[in-house]
Design a binder for this molecule. Sequence first.
Ligand code: GCU
Length: 415
Amino acid sequence: MIENNQTPPGYTLVTRPDGTQFLCINDESAVKPYRLPDPLMFSDGREVLDDFDWQHRRDQILKDFARYMYGEVPTGEYTLQLTEEEAWTPALNGLGQRKQVGITIETARGQLIAHLLLHAPAGNGPYPVFLGYNFTGNHTVHPDPAIRQAEAPWLKNYPLAPRGSSVNRWCVEQVVGAGFALGTIFYGDIDPDFDDGFQNGIHPLFYHQGQTEPKPHQWGSIAAWAFGLSRALDYFETEPLVNASQVAVIGHSRLGKTALWAGASDTRFAAVISNNSGCGGAALSKRAFGENVQVINHSFPHWFCRNFKQYDAREHALPFDQHMLLALIAPRPLYVASAVDDWWSDPRGEFLGARGASAVYEFLGEKGLPMKTFPPLDQLDLSGKLAYHIRSGGHDITPWDWEQYLAFFKRNLAD
Ligand code: GCU
């Protein structure tokens, strides 16, 4: 137990739901000096000189993130089955149409179904798409009674969120009205978001004989969710109404971390949008501002692979930082967004993550992040392949955020 009067300046005492307390930095003055690895330098000190070198360096960085942070997807075989749960049907008062698809992932050990809800404008397409998970079930993103309720097997122990209860975060009409399709899946369809020792969800489907949990370098829940997004992209490749080469993967908070890892590990995603993704997302770990590695591993032991725990309170020892995760998305369009009252996600650390990745965009011949210094609130500059804003208000994804993402994606499609 740490007494309040012992809290050093620049720190605050954070109590997690299980009662454990952590000292977390909440003021710039407490950030200790740190060194960021250079994404354009090999680990042996050799400089990245051309595109060929970058491909090798990129592979190295990707492998490190997989091995030490998010975890590798096991190599076991699986099949994918796509079931039309609802054919294209007029929706949104004539503005668009709706389709629902079951994506079944099957291995020798069993199967799991992720239900995709897809809205599109009323024509024949193919439309560019936003794809992102929702937190509370497809039926919460819009009040439309025809949308299937979430039904993951483990959900029976939890109250179901009311229909339409997350409309503020989804803006279906806004997206479809702007000429885009919008796909969403309940993230719990792929893996439940609690520490169950990886007994529910997708992990057990990939266990070898006698295996009861992923190996220390194998996938946690974020990597599993990212895998699910890639399977939705597999489906898009078969769907004539959408343009599978124009899919922006988007996510808020833990699902922003997921969107980033999906975009980094699957280069078929044409663009990536990270909304308030914070620690383990766009924010630099080595700053340890707000949520830090020890706290995130304690609170959400299932998000990352077991190897990541060796960096608890040892961020300095990480062979990478999150600017390198963002660099893995280069030269594809990437939007990193923060909110000013979301200190826990470390807005400045998210900006510095984007700043650090910008060098790779420039190296690859693209305009990276336009602003060199931390921008004022609500200021926009979408002229680069890399965008950043810090919005007034708190930890959330708002219609205003969506407006910027639509403009950014549209602008980049036009290039
Ligand atoms: C917690 C967690 C964050 C996460 C957030 C969310 O605050 O500490 O890492 O981003 O939940 O997903 O809403």
